[in-house]
Every structure is written in C-alpha cells, then in structure tokens.
Ligand binder design. Structure first.
Ligand SMILES: [Fe+2]
Length: 322
C-alpha cells in the first residue's frame, strides 16, 4: 500500500514511566511514529537525531523543567510544535510560555485522553501548515540562487554542488539537522551578493585590476544584506558574510581567524573552494582528481581548518573518481 504521507513523529517526555506508557498507548496504531523519553536530556538527543513533528512534555521533571526543555528544542528544531502538560500550580509559567510563542498548547493535569488527543491532532495540523510554508520558502530561495548562476555563466550548477558537498561535510561533522537546513540555504545563497557585481567583472576572461577585485570583495557584505532583509536566520547570514574568510586570517571581508569563523561558514567555504577548483573557467581548466587532492592538502591551516580538509578527503575518497 502506498502511504499518502511520511509517518510523522510525536515525542512524549515525562519522568514518570507509567505516564509515558499510558500516553503512548493512546496513540498506538494511528499512523504515527511514537517516541518516548524519560528525561529532558534523552529528549534533546532524539530531537537532534531525527525530525520530530510534535513534542509533548511534562513541566515538572528533575534536572530541567519542561519550559526550558521546550525552549532548547526550539533552538534545535524550530518547526517542532510544542505542547506542555502542566498542573494547576504551574499554570502561570505555562501561559507565559504560550504568550511568548514558546509553546503551542497546554494540557492540564489530570487530563482525559480526548484532551490529549485533540492537542496532539491540533499540533500535527499546525506542523503540516508550517511544513508547507517552508516548502514554498525553499522554492523561492532556490529560485534566487538559480538567478545568480544565470548572471555568472561559468558557475552553472555550482550552488547545487556546493550544497550537496556542504551537507556531506555537515553530516560527517555531526551538525544537528536544523543547522544542516541553514547550511543548505547558505550554500544556495552564499554568492547572492554577486547580483551587485557588474557582469563585465564577473565574466572577465582576463586577470582583474585591483579596483575590480575590490568590487568582487564586496559580495559577501552585499549578500548578507540581501539575506538579512529576507529575514533568513543568523546562521545563513553568517555563512554568506564569512564564506571568503580564511583559517589563517588572510581572507575577506574581515580577516577573521581560525575558530572565530563560524563552523557553518567554514563548511560552506570548504565546499565552495572544492567545487570551484574542479570547475572549468574561461581562463583555466578545472583540476584533475589528483591535482585537487594535492591543492587541498596545501590549503590545510591556510585557507581551511585541518579538520575540514581531512573530512573533505574522507568524503572525496568515498566518491567515484571525478
Ligand atoms: Fe563567493
């Protein structure tokens, strides 16, 4: 049988195991993937590992309160819809969380199964709306990236390849799923500031003058303005702004050094460099596989962090020769 929809995941968090067992029994055989966690830390690990549509958390738990857990889940996975189970004594905390947008609904203890069912159903509906909005957003972002490639004829397919490689790097470096999404957007849009660079400079089949190079060097800052105005996340803004920084501090626009460059920007920068080296340009042919390995080797601790070069090597060795 063909499923209409990928099974959505609902995560229940409670330190009382019998509550967890009871809650999950209500939702059995309803086409959902049910997860349970008996501590906030276990819940955070699950959210990091897979995408969760709805999380239902108790508030009173040892170690971390539900409100705090849900705030941390918001950071890791903004699209997860959050429901809090709360006692009367905690109602004011819960209402505050709802009013500040941290929590979508609450279920008051002791609850009836119909109340819990309704809250989760509403949560899933909310999640689906958010997902469809996200798909539209992604389509718009992707289209913008394609228009930039039209402007710079030699870079056709570059953004897609950078995104693929950056996501492979992010996965190897165990970057959480939500950050990986930001890395994908950052990869698509890293050069969107090139929209402000005259085509005569972008497509010049000769060496550039110092003034022309100064104009090119503006594209990370111009790009950052574009993604900031498009309300994209701080991570995407950093990727665009810092994708030409170098590990040894000799990059632009700020000459940031080493770990001061956010990891997400280092990842996209590594993927960008790697793809640019193998691309044919009007003024030179792309590097062969052997040349690529030796050139990336010379970039260790200069253009790129040693960890990134090593991870790139691991990924390249796993793929077919170019
Ligand atoms: Fe760039």
């Amino acid at each position: 049988m063909v499923k209409e929809r990928v099974q959505e995941t609902v995560l229940f968090v409670d330190d009382e195991e019998n509550y967890l067992a009871y809650t999950s029994s209500i939702f059995r055989n309803r086409g959902l993937d049910i997860l349970t966690a008996s501590s906030p830390l276990e819940a955070l690990k699950l959210v990091q590992r897979q995408s969760v549509a709805v999380v239902v958390s108790d508030n009173e738990m040892p170690g971390m309160r539900g409100v705090e857990l849900l705030a941390r889940i918001k950071e890791l996975s903004p699209h997860t819809v959050k429901i809090m189970v709360t006692g009367r004594a905690d109602l004011s905390t819960t209402l505050e969380a709802i009013n500040s947008g941290e929590v979508f609904r609450f279920v008051l203890k002791p609850w009836k199964s119909a109340d819990m069912m309704r809250a989760v159903k509403d949560g899933l509906r909310r999640y689906r709306v958010l997902q469809s909005l996200k798909r539209e957003d992604e389509f718009i972002l992707y289209s913008l990236a394609q228009t930039i490639e039209l402007k710079d004829a030699s870079t056709k397919g570059h953004c897609d390849r950078v995104a693929t490689l950056a996501l492979q790097l992010a996965e190897a470096l165990r970057v959480p799923e939500e950050v990986r999404r930001q890395i994908r957007y950052g990869s698509w849009l890293h050069d969107c500031g090139k929209i402000g660079v005259p085509e005569a400079i972008l497509n010049a089949e000769r060496g550039l003058s110092e003034e022309e190079f100064q104009v090119i060097k503006k594209h990370p800052e111009w790009g950052r303005e574009v993604v900031r105005k498009a309300n994209l996340s701080g991570t995407v803004q950093e990727i665009v702004l810092y994708h030409h920084e170098r590990f040894d501090g000799k990059g632009y626009p700020f000459g940031l050094e080493g770990e001061k460059i956010p990891l997400e920007a280092q990842i996209v920068s590594a993927a960008d460099i790697c793809d640019a080296l193998t691309m044919d340009r009007p003024y030179r042919k792309g590097l062969s596989r052997d040349e690529l390995f030796s050139t990336l080797g010379t970039m260790k601790s200069k253009n790129l962090a040693p960890l990134l070069v090593d991870t790139l090597f691991d990924i390249l060795r796993e793929t077919e020769p170019l």
